[in-house]
Write a protein that binds this ligand. Structure first.
Ligand code: ADP
Ligand code: ZN
Length: 515
């Protein structure tokens, strides 16, 4: 066991910090215990130290698998500047350069070695050349096609544990829902990894969703008084990024478009100008941002709807990493939903992607605190509204929906959590269709107990119950609807539930049709 004083002294000496952030110490201890670990921490939470600090103290080398070849050099330079011997190996290097690194590996003169997942052919050579203490897998969600940024090269990583079972693995990511977390562990062959989930709550980010009409005018209004602040506008298409950047430039903003169609050099320049405050606004596709360490991004706008909440959360998470108040704005339009549906249908696992998109849409249309929805999506249940989202600031009218909630939750319970939302509503309303009768659901005690509420209203209430964290959808299990731990409070402990008055909200809502 490595002594706590030594760990703290190392933190101070190499990183300049006096204390750990939440979870860091616990994770580091678990690494020293030679356990496999899965770390889920929001962007900016401080994941790197969780493997960099152990790397310094462990006897051998820590291999870091990182998808960002472009940033490897920066990372290695940063470490070297702090006195931590580090290097990277990739296929763009000359053979001589690679040989020099291998000779350092043999002499145990390197503590951290960065390797791209595409260059795994090096790994076995590295293992036979040197003493490997730890394998860190950064951006680990890239291994899962259920996540939002699947990289085929990552799927080879499963062999690491088979080939080198004695070497502990630490997998790290900023985004992964429950099912994706399991998928990551399964695919890496670390089913018993200790999971460290840090809070996803970024209280300094305000959340807002607006109808996607007259978007440019809305953006101009939003940017009023923010002229010198850094911000990112995420768009769905390259064309959008360019058009928007041009329009902003014409209005006197230092705006640049960023997408995968640009050359490597162009992209690097735009990133560096942004990081060093030489341009303020980046209009980007989702290609932008991964691994970019800029603490003073003050706002993020989604010009188009993201395809799921993981992507959305990661992208807004690039704002306010310094902890200061920062704003996020999402434009919601059905044109985007239709487009994203097409993408999802053409993807490898359409059912899951469509269900995630549906969740994204429900978030956009939410009538309850948006932060509660986001956090509950990641498995974090909070029982109070946040006060820092547009719904909290301008709430719809609520009524005591406890009885309705009890009826719905007990029906889910009686259906043994084996049915999707539509069946729950059928049973509540006493429908007599073939599926209900086939399964003899008319015999359930809650059958027909709420036939006085229309199907449409029930759908709204069910969405609200999901959004408030009482129910959840099992995306990977035919979208069956399940009770959460909060539901028990309502069913058994008399907890009250407020529901938004659907008819009211409908009247207040602005049209969300694209111009
Ligand atoms: P992540 O990889 O989770 O996005 P990083 O590891 O890049 O986050 O850390 C984000 C920032 O927080 C960095 O500037 C890092 O130096 C800083 N940081 C990490 N740990 C601590 C700590 N214990 N105290 C203060 N700052 C820290
Ligand atoms: Zn809120």
């Amino acid at each position: 066991m490595v002594k706590e004083e030594l760990i703290l002294a190392t933190l101070k000496e190499y990183f300049g910090y006096d204390s750990f952030r939440p979870l860091q110490q616990q994770i580091i201890n678990s690494v020293f215990d030679k356990k496999d670990n899965l770390v889920i921490m929001p962007t900016g939470g401080g994941k790197s130290i969780c493997f960099q600090l152990p790397a310094i103290l462990l006897p051998g080398i820590t291999i870091v698998i990182s998808p960002l070849i472009a940033l490897m050099k920066d990372q290695v330079d940063g470490l070297t500047a702090n006195g931590i011997p580090a290097a990277f190996l990739n296929s763009s290097q000359k053979e001589k350069e690679q040989q020099e690194i291998f000779s350092k590996i043999q002499k145990n003169e390197i503590k951290l070695l960065y390797v791209a997942p595409e260059s795994l052919q090096f790994i076995d050579a590295v293992f036979s050349a040197g003493n490997i203490s730890l394998i860190a897998i950064d951006e680990a969600h890239c291994i899962s096609s259920w996540g939002h940024d699947f990289r085929p090269a990552y799927t080879q990583l499963g062999y690491l544990k088979n080939r080198h079972p004695e070497t502990p693995i630490i997998a790290l990511t900023a985004t992964a829902d429950k099912a994706t977390r399991k998928d990551i562990c399964d695919q890496l062959n670390i089913p018993h990894a200790a999971q460290h989930l840090s809070s996803f709550d970024r209280k300094n980010l305000s959340l807002e969703v607006r109808p996607g009409i007259k978007k440019f005018e809305q953006i101009m209004a939003f940017l009023k008084g923010r002229k010198s602040e850094s911000g990112i506008i995420y768009c769905l298409s390259r064309k959008n990024t360019e058009e928007l950047a041009a329009k902003l430039k014409a209005k006197g903003f230092n705006a640049e478009a960023y997408h995968a169609g640009l050359s490597h050099q162009e992209r690097i320049k735009i990133q560096e100008d942004f990081i060093n405050d030489r341009n303020e606004v980046i209009c980007a596709t989702i290609a932008f941002g991964m691994g970019i360490d800029k603490s003073n991004v003050r706002w993020v706008i989604h010009y188009n709807m993201p395809k799921n909440l993981e992507g959305y959360y990661q992208e807004i998470g690039r704002a306010g990493r310094d902890g200061l108040p920062s704003s996020t704005l999402l434009f919601h339009s059905y044109a985007d939903v239709v487009q994203l549906q097409k993408f999802a249908e053409g993807s490898g696992n359409a059912e899951v992607q469509l269900a995630k998109l549906e969740r994204m849409k429900q978030y956009s249309e939410a009538l309850s605190c948006r932060r509660r929805i986001l956090l509950s999506y990641f498995g974090e249940l909070i029982s109070k509204d946040c006060g820092n989202c547009d719904v909290c600031r301008n709430p719809p009218e609520f009524f005591d929906g406890t009885l309705l909630a009890q009826k719905a939750l007990s029906t889910v319970y009686r259906l043994r959590e084996q049915e999707p939302v539509s069946m729950v509503i059928d049973v509540l309303r006493g429908a007599q269709n073939a599926q209900v009768l086939e399964k003899a659901y008319q015999n359930l005690s809650t059958y027909g107990i709420a036939g006085d509420v229309s199907w449409r209203d029930w759908q709204q209430y069910m969405i609200q119950l999901i959004n408030q964290g009482y129910l959840e959808i099992a995306f990977h299990d035919q979208n069956k609807i399940k009770l959460t731990s909060l539901a028990k409070n309502v069913l058994f402990n008399g907890e009250k539930v407020s529901l938004a008055d659907v008819t009211q909200a409908e009247l207040k809502k602005e049209p969300t049709v694209e111009r």
